[in-house]
Design a protein around this ligand. Structure first.
Ligand code: LIP
Length: 262
């Protein structure tokens, strides 16, 4: 499968940032035993990854706009196109030496995500999609799962940490969902949670209180893999509200009903 020139640029940027992050991740594993811990080091690794991605993408397409987790928003000369980048999604995992984190890059055109890359360098899994061209992992086409019964399904979420206001709502979601499904996972990277729904590994995913850069690429992956995405509240825009719900075609509605308490 041949991607567009933009997609190839995104893949190149993700691989380059991934190489830098893998090098830093090895160092983080060593720093776990030090008294000070790897906190400052990880902040630097995260910023450096965003610098690498920005240099690649803005070097190749200088007129596009930019929204990055570390450097914020910059309007482009071309107001219709914007990169949306999370250089390190799953920062807490990275900080603790857990090999489950990703680089997430999306290209938005006229308010719609048209190209997406979620790269997991630790497992060398490159998830990518383009509008109308399907979703892929490395060289293989991926599709959402075919499960049709809630009781067989596994769902992923993020449980808010550090006193975030969305904790009570998430605990209520869990109380409703856990008795009617096969399990819930909380692995700590929204971008990979969505990529795993696209790859049929999870049957669905929801999370409140996340940012546009955590989900932008993943949303297109799920859609192009044949799944549905929406917001936790019916009719909302997930990127605007920071509350996302995704699932395969058969389970999206019943799953959404449980989460919405309907
Ligand atoms: C993180 C997510 C994680 C979520 C956190 C946070 P970061 O992104 O992907 O799954 O639960 O709220 O947003 O900060 O590592 O880029």
């Amino acid at each position: 499968m041949q991607g567009s020139a933009n997609l190839n640029l995104m893949i190149k940027a993700a691989r380059k940032a991934g190489r830098s992050l893998v090098k830093d991740f090895r160092e983080v594993e060593n720093l776990q035993v030090s008294a000070k811990g790897p906190g400052d080091f990880v902040t630097k690794a995260d910023r450096e990854a965003e610098r690498i991605i920005r240099d690649e993408l803005m070097g190749g397409r200088p007129t596009y706009g930019w929204l990055g987790e570390e450097t914020g928003e910059t309007a482009g000369q071309d107001p219709t196109r914007r990169w949306i980048v999370d250089p390190l999604d799953g920062t807490t995992n990275f900080l603790h030496g857990l090999p489950h984190w990703a680089v997430s890059i999306a290209l938005e055109h006229k308010g719609e995500i048209v190209s997406a890359v979620v790269y997991d360098p630790a497992k060398d899994e490159m998830f990518w999609a383009e509008k109308g061209a399907g979703a892929w992992m490395n060289e293989s086409r991926i599709r959402v799962s075919g499960r049709r019964h809630m009781i067989e399904a596994i769902f992923a979420t993020g449980v808010p940490f550090g006193g975030r206001g969305t904790l009570p709502a998430t605990l209520q979601d869990l109380a409703r969902l856990m008795p009617v499904c096969a399990g819930v996972r909380r692995w700590g990277s929204a971008a990979l949670d969505l990529a795993y729904v696209a790859a049929g590994r999870y049957d669905g995913y929801w999370e409140r209180g996340i940012q546009a850069w955590d989900m932008a690429a993943g949303l297109l992956l799920v859609r192009e893999a044949g799944g549905f995405v929406g917001a936790v509240r019916t009719g909302d825009d997930p990127m605007e509200k920071g509350a996302v719900l995704a699932g395969n075609g058969a389970l999206y509605e019943p799953f959404a009903k449980v989460i919405r308490g309907e």
